[in-house]
Design a protein around this ligand. Structure first.
Ligand code: ATP
Ligand code: MG
Length: 237
């Protein structure tokens, strides 16, 4: 089972949703390109307690991958984007960087090109509030235009039934889950995590209080039926 988590923007909740899926499905996590610190893989490991794979490219700069690579004197190549095999990990959740048309190299490749390269089914994370219909439908259009399977959308933020209805009608994809605002404290950095090649060290108890609330939600909230159906998971999962 493989799913790739993309979003309408940076900071939209892709890592939180990835951690949720990893925790609930006992899946590992793979982020092909990481820009900025702390690494999302460290956050996912700390929130979910699940193993994470090393990124193929990691940059300290919190900027677009094309710029981070340029500033680091390297060029991101699709051939180096190598996900873990099914044999290594039967269940794996992938995460992009920013949105679908974020550039990764001077050849014009984008996160969408990476998703085409991987060809995993995709879930879009979008905010629930005003403006989301346009961003979400544009994202869906780009994904479908590239021939990717779009399982649906996870809306993050205060519930907004009108936006749920509009995205399902105009975007022609289901809303798989609605994630509420979970806490109002500023996020604290997670402890560094280990990777899937070595034993886990992070436990939710190691987390600072603001992230502990997120970890508890991630580990204790079952996936809704719509999300499990879209991923063709058994109801008991
Ligand atoms: N529903 C929520 N309730 C509370 N905090 C949230 C919620 N969703 C996201 N956050 C917080 O917002 C911040 C951004 O979320 P997240 O890191 O998941 O975004 P992202 O889309 O993965 O960003 P990036 O493009 O950098 O990978 C994090 O600090 C996260 O804990
Ligand atoms: Mg992220």
């Amino acid at each position: 089972m493989r799913v790739f988590i993309t979003g309408t923007d940076t900071d939209i909740g892709k890592t939180l949703i990835s951690a949720w899926l990893c925790a609930q499905l006992k899946a590992t996590y793979y982020k092909p390109i990481q820009c900025g610190l702390p690494a999302d893989a460290d956050t996912v490991a700390a929130l979910s307690g699940q193993p994470v794979w090393p990124s193929n490219y990691s940059f300290n700069q919190a900027v677009s991958p094309h710029l981070a690579a340029e500033q680091s004197g390297t060029v991101i190549s699709l051939s180096a984007i190598t996900p873990p095999s099914i044999k290594d990990t039967p269940a794996c959740i992938g995460e992009g960087a920013g949105g679908v048309l974020v550039p990764i190299n001077p050849s014009g490749d984008t996160l969408l090109t990476i998703m085409e390269h991987l060809n995993w089914p995709v879930i879009v994370v979008a905010r629930s509030t005003l403006g989301t219909i346009n961003h979400t439908c544009l994202t869906i259009q780009a994904l479908k235009g590239a021939g990717l399977s779009v399982l649906g959308v996870v809306l993050n933020g205060p519930p907004n039934p009108h936006n749920v209805a509009a995205i399902e009608y105009y975007g022609k994809v289901p809303i798989l889950a609605q994630v509420p605002l979970l806490h109002s404290e500023p996020p604290a950095p997670c402890f560094p995590a280990t990777t899937a090649t070595s034993p886990l060290k992070n436990k939710p108890a190691d987390l600072p209080p603001s992230n502990l609330a997120l970890a508890q939600w991630v580990q204790q909230t079952p996936l809704p039926a719509a999300l499990k159906n879209a991923m063709q998971l058994p109801a008991t999962c």
